[in-house]
Ligand binder design. Sequence first.
Ligand SMILES: C[S@@+](CC[C@H](N)C(=O)[O-])C[C@H]1O[C@@H](n2cnc3c(N)ncnc32)[C@H](O)[C@@H]1O
Ligand code: SF4
Length: 409
Amino acid sequence: MPSTLPIADPAPDDGLLPTGAGDGAGDRDFGVYLHVPFCRVRCGYCDFNTYTATELRGARQADYAEQAALEVRFAHDVLTASGIAERSASTVFFGGGTPTLLPSADLVAMLDAVHDVFGLADGAEVTTEANPDSVDARYLADLAAAGFTRVSFGMQSAVPHVLRTLERTHDPARVPQVVQWAKDAGLQVSLDLIYGTPGESLADWRASVDAALECGPDHLSAYALIVEDGTKLARQIRRGEVAEPDDDLQADMYELVDDLLTAAGFQWYEVSNWASDEQHRSRHNLAYWLGHDWWGVGPGAHSHVGGVRWWNVKHPAAYAQRVVAGLSPAAGRETLDVATRSLEDVLLKVRIRDGLPVSALHGEGRAAVAGLIADGLVDAKAALHGSVVLTRAGRLLADAVVRRLLADR
Ligand SMILES: C[S@@+](CC[C@H](N)C(=O)[O-])C[C@H]1O[C@@H](n2cnc3c(N)ncnc32)[C@H](O)[C@@H]1O
Ligand code: SF4
């Protein structure tokens, strides 16, 4: 059995990439992810790499845009010195944390750095995540004027008791308002929802999905609540203060959201993502799932170029120290071997509507497809055309499907 573990490398201070990372780069898109690691308060369920004001150990939000711009320039120098063909950015994504905690001028400065250093491809998609209570009409208009094309709001729920359990601070009535402001500014709009919060009923979930649809978004993401180790929510559940999410109810909720969104004209294109049409799919996220190249800027950000993956130091203070000194902020790096890349291809592509080419499977994995069709988990027609595409039942059991497709690895 081939090894499925990545080969670990030290992350060199100069960031130079190993020979081969640029092979075939011309066939892959290049994206830039900018992580903004700040939140006003930490939601009880969240384990993202983000820091509130008291956790910053001397790092300053006000200095962050400049530090991120330093890494953008460093990225360009590293790619050039590693002999990787120059590509403009097809997509730029600001995630967090809460990018919109920074003044709009800081986000614009970071985008300008990407533009000046790499250039933006024609029709580039430029997205920021935003909390509904951290933007106003002016802020969104400033982003649109500077070249942002898309905003993704963390709505999570429209039901006050669910938002309280999630420790979300925004008033649900603000969501339609911020969506309208974003549309007025000419931005495409996506909404993030979470289902399966303890105490949330199917009727609560229906109300949230209906409320999201009433806002008229172009794109929706619906994530099952994951109880992450080390979070306040995990502690509350361990102490018996809050009930554990119920798997069966979460499955019913997935079916409900898929029904409601499909009836409203949306189409799923990844297990947790629906778009109003093909033009409104998140191209940045698709690039992750399709194994393209991206440079992740910022504390804890992950990058991938041609099978080489690395991740930055997590704390903003450690990050600042390294980028200001002109050193790579990478904390570790791995070079994926051929077997691991093909395994990851299966893991990622099977979750998207365009599917996994049957030709990417071998041995028992390929033989498993017939059984998956018989069990109603894989679409028979798509398989005849050479792709493994999940049915809705398959989407609900995506992890189990992947295990069967990887049976011999
Ligand atoms: C970085 S946040 C989005 C921006 C912003 N900070 C916010 O929360 O509104 C990314 C998204 O991940 C999802 N998320 C975070 N933690 C999660 C968890 N434990 N389970 C399920 N979804 C989660 C939420 O839907 C959230 O909107
Ligand atoms: S606002 Fe978003 S990133 Fe910040 S703690 Fe909450 S879910 Fe996590």
